[in-house]
Design a protein around this ligand. Structure first.
Ligand code: GLA
Length: 384
């Protein structure tokens, strides 16, 4: 139990004693309220709180992250094992082991499962875009391949996985369409075609999301809002907007988050914060989550706490940043269905390896040993 929880229990007990001794004769005894100790309990009346799982969490050697997930989170996403290159690395070859365990975990533990990701330009094998002769597919052939993938997910997981990132990262910072192979082969209606396929093939009660990073940047934000409004007007089904939320210590500011959540909420679609983390160490001017960049090298300047000891003043700063972020989520909670962290403990985070290789970063709410950071307690207490 953490010090805040201990002192709150003591306070409530003292109040209960005080109440019962002075009002015994006149009113029934006031029972102390149960203390909220986990993220999922604290936010139960606002939104789901999720985390991503990696394959290693399903192995016997993991003794920390999975237990934390079951106790603290109400939604789960697989970080990599539903991506095209993992689940279907070669034509006709499928690797379902981890995704099966993930879907089963959700059912067994009553945790909402999120499918990540149907169509993304990255972590998608080359063969997907090519025919047997190595030539780029025709538009119709690629659309058919996409449909097969949606069908595969629908038949294997459709009864259990009800939220899907349909398209990931198809719009650039400036609002233009990303010139991915999907875009080059299918054309500028790639996103629309992807949603039409998802609508036709995925269960009707699934939630279909568009997901991207840097969703606060004006160019992308304007384009995503225009796209959503256009889809709604023309009857192309889209059910929610996914904001990844790979954020820094300063950016985006609380005002920018507020403004961004207000603007997306005005579309009428619910928002999902899909990949939240705070890059405590910073990124030397690099922003967003473009996983294709060339990584920088760790130095004493950009990697100040390599031994895993996060000093109290740093912990305090991180908790303040999480506090300002969650204040905005609470303010806009009626438009937010889910807030998912990208990882469980700091040891799981991709930010130990990006955009600088080999750092020891501290972006999440749980320390490497599974103990809660100050940011965890601040976020939990904020919801009370
Ligand atoms: C992007 C993707 C995720 C993951 C993260 C970084 O945001 O959507 O699947 O790859 O980058 O790990």
């Amino acid at each position: 139990m953490h010090k805040y929880q201990v002192s709150l229990v003591a306070l409530l007990a003292a109040l209960a004693i005080g109440t019962s001794s002075c009002s015994q004769e006149t009113s029934p005894q006031v029972k102390p309220k149960a203390t909220v100790t986990t993220l999922k309990e604290a936010y139960a009346d606002k939104f789901l709180v999720g985390a991503t799982l990696g394959a290693s969490m399903f192995s016997a050697s993991d003794t920390t992250s999975l237990a934390l997930v079951e106790k603290n989170f109400s939604a789960i996403t697989l970080d990599n094992d539903m991506k095209w290159e993992r689940i279907n690395p070669l034509p006709g070859q499928y690797e379902f082991e981890i995704a099966d365990k993930f879907a089963k975990l959700g059912v067994d533990k009553g945790i909402t499962t999120v499918g990540h990701v149907l169509f993304w330009h990255s972590q998608t094998p080359d063969w997907v875009f090519k025919d047997d002769e190595g030539q780029l597919l025709t538009r119709e052939a690629l659309l058919e391949r996409m449909r097969e993938r949606a069908k595969m997910f629908a038949s294997r997981y459709g009864d259990r996985v009800k939220i899907w990132d349909v398209v990931n990262e198809a719009i650039e910072d400036d609002g233009s369409l990303r010139k991915s192979l999907y875009n080059q082969i299918i054309g500028d209606d790639f996103i629309e075609q992807a949603f039409i396929i998802a609508d036709q093939e995925m269960p009707k009660d699934a939630t279909l999301l568009y997901n991207d990073y840097g969703m606060d940047r004006t160019g992308r934000r304007t384009s995503v809002i225009a796209m959503v409004n256009d889809f709604k007007q023309r009857g192309v089904r889209i059910d929610g907007i996914g904001l990844q939320g790979h954020w820094g210590m300063e950016e985006p500011s609380a005002e920018k988050i507020d403004e961004t959540l207000t603007l997306y909420a005005a579309t009428g679609l619910p928002m999902h914060i899909t990949e939240l983390d705070v890059d405590f160490l910073g990124r030397d001017g690099l922003t967003g989550a473009n996983v294709d960049i060339e990584k920088l090298q760790a130095t004493p300047e950009n990697n100040p706490y390599p031994d895993g000891n996060f000093p109290a003043e740093a912990d305090e700063k991180l908790s303040q940043r999480y506090q300002e972020i969650f204040k905005q989520f609470i303010k806009h909670h009626q438009s937010i269905d889910r807030v998912t962290f990208w990882g469980v403990t700091d040891g799981d985070s991709w930010l130990n390896g990006w955009p600088v290789a080999g750092r020891t970063n501290y972006p999440l709410l749980f320390n490497r040993d599974g103990s809660a950071k100050k940011a965890h307690d601040v976020v939990v207490n904020l919801a009370k």
